[in-house]
Design a protein around this ligand. Structure first.
Ligand SMILES: Cc1cc2nc3c(=O)[nH]c(=O)nc-3n(C[C@H](O)[C@H](O)[C@H](O)COP(=O)(O)O)c2cc1C
Length: 183
């Protein structure tokens, strides 16, 4: 089934989807930074900007980041030339109290990141399938931060390079109707 749109919304939102086929072509640091900059312009509670990123785009760092992913994700995500760990600061800096909204705000930042990447002809795919414990150990991350996901970033690749079962799933997912999500 194809995605259906009732309304005229931003093309980037309509077209973005989480592909698994990545080209191994390297991505310029400048391009990665532009995409990160888009993320930083997300709104956040008290302008706390709780989002934090760890970028792996050279062989050594990529090897470390890949080792944190669950096997089902490694199968396809190992081809991505950039892996970005998304973390979120759990407390407000101005008073050290819990920031209930930190993951909400970091989620918005990831959304911006994915749309800017798409606008530049790049693909993103977020993964919750990784070892939080290993991410903390490998990159020495303190409890000050929540470890949320690892994002694969790169140029779209060839679906034929994926294992057969994943080739069938290599298409944009559909959505619930608007009526279903309004309470
Ligand atoms: C926080 C988060 C975690 C996800 N974890 C995984 C994952 O571990 N493996 C995977 O293949 N896809 C993962 N996905 C991708 C979702 O399955 C995908 O976004 C969803 O099916 C909607 O499809 P679309 O992004 O193509 O619109 C994750 C997405 C998000 C936002």
């Amino acid at each position: 089934m194809e995605r259906q749109f009732k309304y005229d919304i931003m093309p980037e939102i309509k077209e973005r989807w989480s592909m698994r086929a990545f080209s191994e072509d390297k991505i310029d640091r400048d391009e990665i930074m532009a995409i990160i900059e888009a993320a930083t312009f997300a709104p956040s509670c008290f302008n706390e900007q709780p989002w934090r990123f760890i970028i792996a785009d050279d062989d050594e760092e990529l090897e470390k980041m890949r080792s944190i992913l669950l096997e089902g994700n490694q199968i396809w995500a190992n081809a991505a030339p950039v892996l970005i760990a998304v973390l979120s600061k759990k407390t407000f800096t101005y008073n050290q109290k819990d920031n209930f909204w930190n993951m909400f705000d970091t989620g918005t930042a990831w959304g911006y990141l994915s749309l800017e990447a798409h606008r530049r002809g790049l693909a993103t795919h977020a993964m919750g399938g990784f070892s939080k414990k290993r991410l903390r150990e490998v990159f020495d991350i303190s409890e000050e931060y929540e470890t949320i996901c690892i994002v694969a970033l790169g140029k779209p690749g060839n679906k034929k390079d994926l294992p057969e079962n994943l080739q069938d799933r290599e298409k944009p997912d559909i959505r619930k109707g608007i009526e279903e999500i309004l309470l």
